[in-house]
Design a protein around this ligand. Structure first.
Ligand SMILES: Nc1ncnc2c1ncn2[C@@H]1O[C@H](COP(=O)(O)OP(=O)(O)OP(=O)(O)O)[C@@H](O)[C@H]1O
Ligand SMILES: [Mg+2]
Length: 310
C-alpha cells in the first residue's frame, strides 16, 4: 500500500528546546496509526507539522505526497483535522456548523447523517457554547467527516468523553478505516490504541522509542505471560518446588511466569497435585499500557540517573 504519510529525520526546535528529535515513520494509506507518548512528548508538535500548521526545523515530511508547509493550500482540502482543543464560533449550532463546512468544502454530506454518526443529533440545535466538552469533541469529528477527507488527524479525540461516547467515536474511526481512509490518532488511552490501530509509535522527549504493531511492541518489550491464582502464599512455595520456576505471592495472588501458551496446563496440574485450595485461575499478559508505562518509566529513571537519552 502506498504511504499516506512519510516522515524522515524530522526535527522541531522551539528556541533551545528540541521538541521532536530526528524521528522517522510512515503510515500506509488505509490504516490507523496511533501516536502515543506522555504529556509534552512532542505529539501535537508532530501532528501540527503534518497538518501544515507548524513549520519544521529540518527533515523530510510528505503527506499524500505533498510537503505540508509549502503545499498547505492543496493539502488542507484533502485532510480532516480535529485539534487537541476543538473550538468554534460560540453562537453557532452543530447543524449550522456542518452546513458551513459542507459549503466551504463543496461536499454533499447530509448534516443529520454526519451528526448521527457521532451521536450528536439530539444537540443539533444547541449553541456551541452550551455544549459539554465531550459534545464539542464530537462536533469536531463531525466537521472532519463533513468533507470526506483522505486522512483524518485526530489529536486526542476521546479525551474527556464518557465510556459510551468513546465507543461511539471508536465506531466512527472503524468506519473511516473501512472506507479506506487513513487515520492519524493521538491518545492517552492505551487500550484504545491497542484496539483501533494497525500500527503504533511511542514518542518520549521527542524521540521515537517504539514503532510497530501493538503485538510486536508487546512481544519485544513486554514480560512473559503469567498464570495467576487467587490463593494463599503456601501455593507459591509448593509450585516453586514442583515446577522449578519461582512463583511469587502477594496480595492474595500467586503468580507464575509461563514458558509458552501450553505451559498453563502444566502449572494448573501442579496446583491440582499440591492439594492446596485456590479460588480462581487465569492467565494474563502485558498490555500495551503495561509496556508503555515500563518503557517510559525506565527512560525517565535513566535520565534521572544522568544517562543520556538515545
Ligand atoms: N509553541 C511552542 N513554543 C515553545 N515550546 C512549545 C510550543 N509548543 C510546544 N512546546 C513544547 O514542546 C514540547 C512538546 O509539546 P507538544 O504539545 O508537542 O506535546 P504533546 O506530546 O502533544 O503533549 P500532551 O500530551 O500534553 O498534549 C513540550 O515541552 C512543550 O512545552
Ligand atoms: Mg498534545
Amino acid at each position: 500500500m502506498p504511504a499516506a504519510i512519510e516522515v524522515e529525520g524530522l526535527v522541531k526546535r522551539y528556541g533551545g528546546l528540541t521538541a521532536v528529535d530526528r524521528i522517522d515513520f510512515s503510515v500506509p494509506a488505509g490504516s490507523v496509526f496511533a501516536f502515543l507518548g506522555p504529556n509534552g512528548a512532542g505529539k501535537t508538535t508532530t501532528v501540527e507539522i503534518l497538518e501544515g500548521l507548524r513549520q519544521r526545523t529540518s527533515g523530510t515530511v510528505r503527506v499524500l505526497g505533498l510537503d505540508p508547509w509549502s503545499d498547505g493550500a492543496e493539502l488542507h482540502r484533502r485532510i480532516g483535522v480535529i485539534p487537541q482543543e476543538f473550538r468554534f464560533f460560540e453562537k453557532i449550532t452543530p447543524r449550522e456548523a456542518v452546513e458551513y463546512y459542507r459549503a466551504l468544502f463543496g461536499s454533499s454530506v447530509d448534516p443529520d447523517e454526519v451528526l448521527g454518526r457521532v451521536e450528536l443529533l439530539d444537540k443539533r440545535s444547541a449553541r456551541f457554547d452550551q455544549l459539554s466538552g465531550g459534545q464539542k469533541q464530537k462536533l469536531g469529528l463531525a466537521l472532519a467527516l463533513s468533507n470526506d477527507p483522505e486522512i483524518y488527524f485526530l489529536d486526542e479525540p476521546t479525551t474527556g468523553l464518557d465510556p459510551h461516547a468513546r465507543r461511539a467515536i471508536w465506531n466512527v474511526i472503524r468506519s473511516i478505516r473501512a472506507a479506506g481512509r487513513t487515520v492519524f490518532l493521538t491518545t492517552h488511552y492505551l487500550e484504545e490504541a491497542e484496539l483501533l490501530s494497525d500500527r503504533v509509535a511511542i514518542i518520549h522527549h521527542g524521540h521515537l522509542i517504539a514503532v510497530g504493531t501493538a503485538a510486536e511492541i508487546i512481544a519485544a518489550h513486554g514480560g512473559p505471560a503469567r498464570a495467576v491464582f487467587e490463593a494463599a502464599p503456601e501455593l507459591a512455595t509448593r509450585l516453586t518446588a514442583r515446577l522449578g520456576v519461582a512463583a511469587r505471592a502477594s496480595g492474595g495472588r500467586v503468580v507464575v511466569d509461563l514458558a509458552g501458551p501450553h505451559d498453563a496446563l502444566r502449572v494448573l496440574s501442579a496446583a491440582e497435585e499440591s492439594g492446596l485450595p485456590w479460588s480462581s485461575f487465569s492467565t494474563e499478559r502485558d498490555t500495551l499500557e503495561d509496556v508503555f508505562i515500563r518503557m517510559v518509566g525506565e527512560m525517565d529513571d535513566g535520565a534521572l540517573k544522568g544517562e543520556s537519552a538515545p
